[in-house]
Design a binder for this molecule. Structure first.
Ligand code: NDP
Length: 270
């Protein structure tokens, strides 16, 4: 029987995951079916349990169910535990396993462009996406990682939870240190709302890298802001999306797909 996978979310019609996994399956000659599953807002657990009981092999989980998936899993990987959220589920002998591949996806995408060790990194935002990438970013041994968030208390609290893993501090946008950063990652959802962030001019440097986790056909408001500040290297989160999917595919199938061509093709379809 062909193994079946789904991406579960609400809404989920926009998800590019079926396209990405179909491309991985063709490339690696894996016989799988990968579809979208929209669960009712209050029905994540029922929908997921039913899919797995009917022979489903694994799921990706997207907005707004990543925290519920964390609670649903019987066992968690270390990085899922740290992230407090799960985006990849599958079954083993013990039951449902939950992992989080978002951070690994971001790091892999960044590593195509920059070496993270020794960098001064600014992470904007303190929501689920920021939390999910903190462990994998700190594992790359940056010189400094500052979390800045609109709600200052959330940035400080998040930094406190990760201090044992590396040199991380939290603050509000207005309290950002008067220094440039080598890498500035936008993990806020401000770009979704078309809004620019109230950031001091001192943080940008021309040969730094600006990275927006959000992706779109045109440059996002955050990347336009970086461009206006003179930052030459700017990337959106489409590469992160493809890399987190590749990591999930590897967990499920034991084969690591090539991502360059899949990313280039997806870019033309935005
Ligand atoms: P959350 O809702 O958990 O967090 C939202 C964050 O954005 C909070 O820190 C919030 O600040 C901040 N924020 C929202 N609006 C504004 C604003 N107008 N000005 C300043 N800060 C704002 O969202 P997620 O963490 O789940 O997602 C964040 C982004 O990451 C989204 O754009 C999402 O699409 C993207 N993402 C991309 C992925 C990829 O594979 N490319 C994977 C996962 C996420 P406050 O605490 O003050 O409310």
């Amino acid at each position: 029987m062909t193994d079946r996978y789904v991406v579960i979310g609400n809404p989920v019609a926009h998800s590019k995951s079926p396209l990405i996994h179909a491309a991985f399956a063709t490339q690696t000659q894996q016989k799988i079916v990968y579809e979208r599953l929209e669960a009712p807002i209050d029905g994540f657990i029922d929908s997921t349990a039913e899919f797995l009981a009917m022979g489903g092999s694994g799921c990706n989980v997207t907005v707004p169910f990543k925290e519920e998936a964390f609670r649903f899993a019987n066992t968690l990987t270390e990085r899922a535990e740290l992230a407090g959220a799960v985006n990849t589920l599958w079954l083993d002998d013990e039951g449902v396993v939950g992992d989080n591949t978002d951070g690994a996806g971001l790091v892999r995408d960044l590593q195509r462009h920059i070496k993270l060790a020794g960098l001064r990194i600014l992470l904007l935002g303190a929501g689920g996406a920021a939390r999910g990438v903190l462990g994998p970013l700190l594992a790359e041994k940056p010189a400094q990682l500052v979390i800045a968030n609109r709600s200052t208390d959330k940035a400080i609290a998040l930094a406190k939870q990760f201090t044992k893993l590396g040199p991380v501090t939290g603050c509000g946008f207005a309290e950002l240190p008067n220094q440039p950063f080598d890498l500035i990652i936008n993990a806020t959802s401000a770009s979704l709302a078309g809004e620019a962030l109230a950031l001091p001019a001192s943080i940008w440097q021309a040969d730094g890298l600006a990275y927006d986790m959000m992706y779109s056909k045109a440059e996002t408001p955050f990347l336009l802001q970086a461009n206006a500040a003179g930052v030459r290297r700017r990337l959106d989160g489409l590469g992160m999306l493809v890399e987190q999917a590749a990591e999930a595919f590897f967990l499920w199938r034991g084969v690591r797909p090539e991502t360059e061509a899949v990313l280039a093709d997806l870019r033309t379809k935005l």
